[in-house]
Ligand binder design. Structure first.
Ligand code: GLA
Length: 378
C-alpha cells in the first residue's frame, strides 16, 4: 500500500511533489490506514548517466535522492524509485539493463525500499525472464531489503516466473487509465477492461504472501486533468463516477492487489479519502491468507466473485454490468464461503449493516456498482 507519482503528475514529477505526497499521507490519515510506500515513478533521472554509468537525479530533484528518502523516512514512510529492464525508461531516460549491480548499490545507498522496474527501451536481445532475473539477483546482493516490483505489463505471463526472479509483485495487465473502458485504439485499459482481463488470465494460483499479482495503480480521484490522462494518448471525458470508484476499489481489495494511490493527495475529496481508508475493504485486501478473489459467476448482466478469508469466512462481491439497478443473488455453495453451517453472519462492507442468512445471498446493486459483503459461518 502506498502512493506513486505516475498517475497524478506523470513526467512533470518534482521533489516538491514527493514531499507533498508524504506529508499528505500523514495529514489525511492514510498512513495510519496502512499506505506506506511513496514511490517516484519515471522521469526522476537526468538525461545522462554519470561517467561511471550511475543514474543521476534531474534538476527537478535538487537535494538528491538520499535527502528525499530521509524526508520520507522521517514521516514513518518507505521510499520507492523507478527504473527499467532496458536501455531506457518508457519516457526515454537512461535505465538499468546491463548495470544492475551498480544501480542496485546506488538504490541501497540512497535508502530505497522499493524498486518499480519497467519494461521499456532496447532489451539487447535478452528475454524478460533473463532481464528481470538480473535485477532480482542484484537486489538480493545488496545490504538492504528492497521490494522488487516487476512492471512487465503481463506480456510474458510474469505470474509464472515473477517469484523465481526475486519479484514481490508483478503487473498482470497493461496500464490502467482513469476510465471505465478504453477504445481499442486508445492507450491502456479501463476498470471494466481490467476486471475482464483478470478473469481471463486466471492467475490467482500464483498469488499470495511474498508474491502478488498487480493489476496496476489506483485511479481513484483522477480525471482528464490528472498527469497520466494528459500525458498518454487516451481521452478522459469525466471523473469516474462514485459507483465506478467503488467497483474499482472493491475489486482491487477482493484481488488482494497492491494498493498504490495515484492521485494528488493535496486535493483529495472526502469521498475518495473515505473510500481509500475503508477499514472493512482494507481488511479484505490485507487479509493474512492473501488469497486473490476469483469469479464464481460472470454473465452479461452481473458478476459474483469471492475470496476466502483467514477467519474462516469469505468476502463476496456482486457487480452489476447492466444498465439498470438489479438484484444479484448467489448461495454460499456457489462461492468460496465454507459450506455446512446452519447460519451465516453477513456484513455489508459499504454500510456496515449486518444480518444473518441460511445460505442465500441477494444484493441490490446500481449500474456499474459493486456490493461487497463479508460472510462468516456461525
Ligand atoms: C509504463 C508503466 C507505467 C508508468 C510509465 C512511466 O507505461 O506501465 O506504470 O511507469 O511506464 O513512463
Amino acid at each position: 500500500m502506498g502512493w506513486n507519482s505516475w498517475n497524478a503528475v506523470s513526467c512533470e514529477v518534482t521533489e516538491a511533489d514527493i514531499r507533498a505526497a508524504a506529508d499528505a499521507l500523514v495529514d489525511t490519515g492514510l498512513r495510519e490506514a496502512g499506505y506506506e510506500y511513496v514511490v517516484v515513478d519515471d522521469c526522476w533521472m537526468a538525461d545522462e548517466l554519470d561517467s561511471k554509468g550511475r543514474l543521476q537525479p534531474s534538476t527537478a530533484f535538487p537535494d538528491g535522492m538520499a535527502a528525499l528518502a530521509d524526508y520520507v523516512h522521517d514521516r514513518g514512510l518507505q521510499f520507492g524509485l523507478y527504473s527499467a529492464a532496458g536501455s531506457h525508461t518508457c519516457q526515454g531516460y537512461p535505465a538499468t539493463l546491463g548495470r544492475e549491480q551498480l544501480h542496485a548499490e546506488q538504490f541501497a545507498a540512497w535508502g530505497v525500499d522499493y524498486l518499480k522496474y519497467d519494461n521499456c527501451g532496447d532489451h539487447h536481445g535478452r528475454d524478460a525472464i533473463a532481464r528481470y532475473a538480473a535485477m532480482g539477483d542484484a537486489l538480493a546482493g545488496v545490504d538492504r531489503d528492497i521490494i522488487y516490483s516487476i512492471c512487465e505489463w503481463g506480456e510474458n505471463r510474469p505470474w509464472q516466473w515473477g517469484r523465481n526472479v526475486g519479484g514481490h509483485c508483478w503487473r498482470t495487465t497493461d496500464d490502467l487509465v482513469a476510465k471505465w473502458r478504453t477504445d481499442p485504439d486508445e492507450f491502456g485499459l479501463g476498470i471494466a477492461d481490467v476486471i475482464d482481463r483478470m478473469a481471463a488470465i486466471n492467475a490467482a494460483a500464483s498469488h499470495g504472501p511474498g508474491g502478488w499479482n498487480d493489476p496496476d495503480m489506483l485511479q481513484i480521484g483522477n480525471d482528464h486533468e490528472s498527469g497520466q490522462s494528459k500525458h498518454e494518448p487516451v481521452t478522459v471525458h469525466r471523473p469516474l463516477t462514485e459507483a465506478e470508484r467503488r467497483t474499482h476499489f472493491a475489486f482491487w481489495c477482493l484481488w488482494a492487489a497492491p494498493l498504490m494511490i495515484g492521485t494528488d493527495l493535496t486535493s483529495l475529496s472526502t469521498f475518495d479519502r473515505e473510500l481509500l481508508a475503508n477499514e472493512r475493504l482494507l481488511a479484505i485486501n490485507q487479509d493474512r491468507l492473501g488469497i486473490q478473489g476469483t469469479p464464481d459467476e460472470r454473465n452479461e448482466n452481473s458478476e459474483v466473485w469471492s475470496k476466502r478469508l483467514a477467519d474462516g469466512g469469505a468476502a463476496v462481491a456482486f457487480h452489476n454490468r447492466a444498465g439498470a439497478k438489479r438484484e444479484i443473488t448467489t448461495h454460499v455453495v456457489d462461492t468460496d464461503i465454507p459450506e455446512g453451517a446452519d447460519r451465516y453472519q453477513v456484513c455489508d462492507c459499504w454500510t456496515g449493516n449486518e444480518w444473518t442468512t441460511n445460505g442465500s445471498l441477494a444484493m441490490t446493486v446500481r449500474p456499474r456498482d459493486t456490493a461487497i459483503v463479508r460472510v462468516t459461518p456461525q
